[in-house]
Design a protein around this ligand. Sequence first.
Ligand SMILES: C[S@@+](CC[C@H](N)C(=O)[O-])C[C@H]1O[C@@H](n2cnc3c(N)ncnc32)[C@H](O)[C@@H]1O
Length: 313
Amino acid sequence: MKWSEISIQTTQEAVEPVCNILHEAGASGVVIEDPQDLITDWEDQFGEIYQLSPDDYPKEGVIVKAYLPVNSFLGETVEGIKEAINGLLVYDIDIGLNKVSISEVNEEEWATAWKKYYKPVKISNHITITPTWEEYEPEKDDECIIELDPGMAFGTGTHPTTVLCVRAIEKKITEKDHVIDVGTGTGVLSIAAAKLGAEKVLALDLDEVAVKSAIINVKLNKVQDVVSVKQNNLLEQVNEKADLIVANILAEVIVRFVQDAAKVLKQGGTFITSGIISGKKQEVKDALLKHGFIIEETLEMEDWVAFISKNGN
Ligand SMILES: C[S@@+](CC[C@H](N)C(=O)[O-])C[C@H]1O[C@@H](n2cnc3c(N)ncnc32)[C@H](O)[C@@H]1O
């Protein structure tokens, strides 16, 4: 798994909203490099103290860095970040040079850089994601903790497309449900479904790295009696019937297997589709309606859309 470092040259004034934009885009850790932090008042050899005036500060401004996984969403995510930062101008916020640069970092660099900033995050009413190395005590009795070892596959739990799925699962899941998670990545959604009461979960991914990662995380969260992980292309050769299917995959991939989802889902079963950039919303909606789904709810976060639909076949 590769990671990219996105570096944004901005101003003091824009640091906070830029950091929020990066967090909302799924960046797990944000590093702020402010030259002002490095320069302090100084004393000459005669003990005279010189105070810096704003004119003495470097003109290049503040650098905000964040880490994002290199995956099929990266291009759209970066475009969304740029658009959102430009949107700050509407509020008269000085965004400075707003120079955005991206570079790839290797897994080791990433692991050390990111571990420092990946903290427990509450992503829905009941689910909190926490990295394996963080101590975290639940704040409420009904809070479910998902421990994740990130850095191997997509699915840190913080990407808006994942957050929308977890919220949708939380709304729709009922005890004893049989769930299929298409494109499981780190297994985060399967683990969430198991912790929220599913009786049986089938986690599928085409990518070998994701399958290995999901197996590790499923064990880590002690849900291996409920969740089985398999390498599989979408719903090919899946014969069992499901009460709920969740798929956080790109819109064009969802469109390809809506028909299979209608066959695998029980009548009245729930299909949660996410990973849809807003421009592709209609395309997915049309495919769902064409294959007999009834759209119950549309969830949106940033530029991302998720549908909760019911199998009307
Ligand atoms: C955006 S990630 C979602 C990961 C995780 N479910 C989440 O919500 O954070 C999409 C996942 O779909 C998998 N995928 C892509 N095409 C697939 C296919 N044809 N069949 C199965 N999995 C696929 C990718 O390997 C990736 O792990």
